[in-house]
Write a protein that binds this ligand. Structure first.
Ligand code: ACO
Length: 330
């Protein structure tokens, strides 16, 4: 039976590091508030002119190198981002050009924090059916340019950072790789966390007045997001385990989307597992949305925290609301 597995991985964050104190110098917040409410200490912001497709290039090169492949070997690109360089076309085609791939297909996935797991699910289907052998799956975001870095935007803007993570998803006949994926959405909560503009439902898509009023920034009902996240994460992790007849005892590690350290700790508490089993690097990068899981996975592997044969779960929750999990045998 053909399965898909992650044969290469890598990440890249922009050079510029922004500390909590630097944010506190431009808005009414503090290092203490941000650390205690979110666990975030620093995040990276892209340079002017740097889009997610640019951040994706070094991440993708590292993933290809790790897989021992060249651009010629890649059959398809899946690019998860909600902050694509252009409103249209998506970032996948830009990456196809910047990496010098052949004229292969490039698909964007706009599923916010769940984008990487949704993308893995799509890659897995293409590989199981024998359509493709090697797929480049990227999660990359430049969110800093959309943030409201003033007092009014402080609840949202202290949370997010920029970055890119990549994985090569390859075919294998071995007993390893993606075991199952589980995808969900609940659009009734779309307005609780969204970037409402530009909107094709209005004319013009975005106006000078919209910008004047700050309506082009993302908006979030933090408490509502928190409440749903701490339920959906454990639920979708259990779904992955139960679908395969295993328990948390069989798991080496959970690699969740990095939203907030308090969400991560609550997920561990609800699953009755030690907090160390739920990986966290949010202190360094903040919430990088679709990039957070592949960045975290790259760091887990660099730190030697998982070995071949280990079961791991990737899990995400985010805007939509969307949530998703994937059980992998490494
Ligand atoms: N600095 C200082 N004070 C702030 C800041 C800030 N950056 N932001 C908000 N506050 C103030 C508020 O104005 C409010 O003041 P008030 O009490 O006078 O009205 C107060 O802090 C709110 O404090 P708490 O109730 O203690 O905040 P809470 O514990 O709800 O934490 C937070 C807020 C961190 C946003 C939390 O709700 C959260 O993490 N929600 C999830 C959000 C999230 O993860 N979003 C990411 C996208 S979705 C995803 O990735 C899963």
């Amino acid at each position: 039976m053909t399965r898909s597995y992650i044969s290469g991985w890598g990440f890249h964050v922009p050079e510029k590091v922004v500390t909590n104190d630097e944010l506190a110098a431009i808005m009414d917040t503090s290092d203490e508030w941000i650390r205690s409410r979110t666990g975030i200490q620093t995040r990276h912001f892209a340079a002017p002119g740097e889009g997610p497709s640019d951040l994706a290039v070094p991440a993708s090169k590292r993933a290809l190198q790790r897989a021992g492949l060249t651009v010629k070997d890649i059959d398809f690109i899946i690019f998860a981002t909600f902050t694509s360089d252009y409103y249209a076309p998506g970032a996948g085609v830009l990456l196809q050009h910047k990496m010098g791939f052949g004229n292969i297909g490039a698909m964007d996935i706009k599923m916010q924090c769940s984008g990487f797991v949704y993308g893995l699910s799509v890659a897995d289907q293409f590989i199981r059916t024998g359509t493709y052998k090697h797929i480049l799956l990227v999660g990359a975001e430049v969110q800093s340019t959309a943030l409201n870095l003033t007092d009014e935007g402080r609840e949202v803007s202290v949370l997010f950072g920029d970055g890119a993570g990549a994985a090569v998803v390859s075919a294998t006949e071995e007993d390893r790789g993606v075991i199952s994926t589980h995808l969900h959405s609940q659009g009734e909560f779309a307005k609780e966390l969204c970037a409402p503009l530009p909107s094709t439902a209005k004319q013009p898509w975005i106006s000078a007045e919209d910008i004047e009023q700050g309506r082009h920034h993302p908006i979030m009902n933090g408490r509502e997001v928190f409440r749903h996240a701490v339920n959906r994460f454990p639920e979708v992790i259990r779904e992955a385990l139960e679908a395969n007849g295993i328990t948390t005892q069989d798991l080496k590690m959970i690699i969740p989307h990095q939203a907030n350290i308090r969400i991560t700790l609550e997920v561990a508490r609800r699953l009755k597992i030690p907090p160390e089993m739920v990986f966290s690097n949010i202190h360094k990068y903040g919430n990088t949305t679709a990039a957070s899981i592949p960045i975290a996975l790259s760091e887990v592997l660099a730190e030697g925290l998982i070995e071949q044969g280990d079961y791991i779960v990737l899990a995400a929750f985010g805007a939509g609301f969307t949530w998703a999990s994937a059980l992998l045998k490494w």
